[in-house]
Design a protein around this ligand. Structure first.
Ligand SMILES: [Zn+2]
Length: 400
């Protein structure tokens, strides 16, 4: 299976014919199809498929001597945001298989195991917490909290994984598995226009988090309720969206409200409640924290004036992650001084880096657009990514 053939197999899975955007949410039909694809690719290569208890998929290539520890892990995720692009996630998984093939073709015999990974629910599009699979694996989220997470239809994470053969009681950190991993490398499509050459190395992941704002007022008739009698949650919500933009400008951060749920959502009804999700990011933790505090203050102030109740909950927060310098500088030199760049996007590699030396490679994205259908990487750049990843893996697998 060449890179192009694998890519062509995955390309139609979960793609909307109308928009070209992908809808591959954890444990929904298209994502299950992606998982089946992963299992078939692993089987076709004679890799040992060893999924963990958290819904993450791992395919192992063991060395001839049967060594099971000191492994090098590479891969990414197969799920998508709503209406996402083809490359965010799958590029890292397809590239991992292709790089493994390249090593085998040149007769390379690894001293260490190589494990190809597909992490579950990286985007958090279904249960609200990004990198859920890698967080569970590394202990960055408690099993109790994960089990209770709900999707948009009210189904809990525990119920959904149980339906797909996982034991909700068994989820959580896997020290035995972590203890077998020596290095992690995730290849990912660049999500801005910052990368000049085809391939780059990540320096850091900027601090980022998600907050849920709930505004509760009184549902009522749009025609019979005087303005002065209304408790309309839409108004403080609107103030909060505007405040987010202003706070981000003041603090040199990013603040985005990209998801909102209105209940009951009738044209001729004042809403009873509005739930909005704030995505906040910035160069340093302090600035992000300050931004969110200012937005919350503005939301509460606006709510008082409309007799609306506000609840704010932090769904996730990931502080600044600086990838280990020794590894990243080593890989950068190995690849011929390719560009080093930070990213504003969260990744499983950032979660793994808390436990094992981890690095990231990027492949150029000429549109600079991500989480949208026009996200793109040219095939020659993807193939340069395969070559670079193979080179990196060969180097790490050779380490005594
Ligand atoms: Zn991704």
């Amino acid at each position: 299976m060449t890179f192009e053939a694998m890519w062509a197999d995955l390309l139609p899975v979960g793609r909307s014919a109308a928009t070209g955007g992908y809808h591959r949410f954890a444990w929904t039909a298209p994502e299950l199809e992606c998982r089946a694809w992963f299992e078939a690719e692993a089987a076709g290569r004679g890799l040992a498929l060893e999924p963990d208890a958290n819904g993450n998929l791992f395919a192992w290539w063991y060395p001839a001597d049967g060594r099971r520890d000191g492994a090098v892990l590479t891969g990414s995720h197969l799920d998508s945001v709503p209406g996402g692009g083809a490359f965010d996630g799958p590029l890292g998984v397809v590239t991992a298989f292709a790089a493994l093939d390249a090593l085998r073709e040149r007769g390379f015999a690894p001293r260490r195991p190589l494990v190809v990974a597909a992490f579950a629910e990286e985007e958090g599009a279904r249960f609200g917490v990004a990198c859920l699979g890698s967080r569970l694996l590394t202990g960055a989220i408690t099993p109790e909290r994960a089990r209770a997470l709900r999707d948009g239809d009210g189904a809990t994470f525990a119920d959904v994984i149980a339906e797909h053969g996982l034991d909700p009681a068994a989820i959580g950190p896997d020290e035995a598995l972590l203890g077998r991993l020596a290095y992690g490398v995730e290849l990912h499509v660049e999500q801005g226009r910052a990368l000049v050459g085809p391939v780059g190395v990540a320096s850091s992941i900027i601090p980022h988090g998600r907050w849920r704002f709930g505004f509760t007022g009184q549902g009522d008739h749009a025609g019979t309720t005087a303005l002065r009698d209304r408790r309309d949650p839409m108004l403080p919500f609107a103030a909060m969206v505007l405040a987010a933009r202003q706070a981000a400008e003041r603090n040199g951060t990013l603040a985005t409200v990209g998801k909102v749920a209105v209940d009951p959502g009738g044209v001729n009804a004042i809403a009873a409640s509005v739930t909005a999700w704030l995505d906040g990011r910035g160069p340093v933790d302090d600035a992000v924290r300050r931004t969110v505090t200012e937005i919350e203050r503005a939301a509460r102030l606006a709510a008082v004036g409309h007799d609306v109740k506000v609840d704010v909950a932090e769904e996730s927060y990931t502080p600044l992650l600086d990838f280990p310098h020794a590894l990243r500088d080593h890989l950068r030199a190995l690849l011929g001084d390719v560009p080093l760049l930070p990213t504003g996007a969260g990744h499983d590699a950032g979660i793994l880096a808390a436990r094992i030396p981890t690095a990231m490679l990027y492949v150029r994205n000429p549109t600079g657009i991500s989480h949208a259908p026009s996200e793109h990487a040219d095939i020659p750049d993807c193939l340069a990514g395969v070559t670079a990843l193979a080179q990196v893996l060969e180097d790490l697998l050779e380490h005594p």
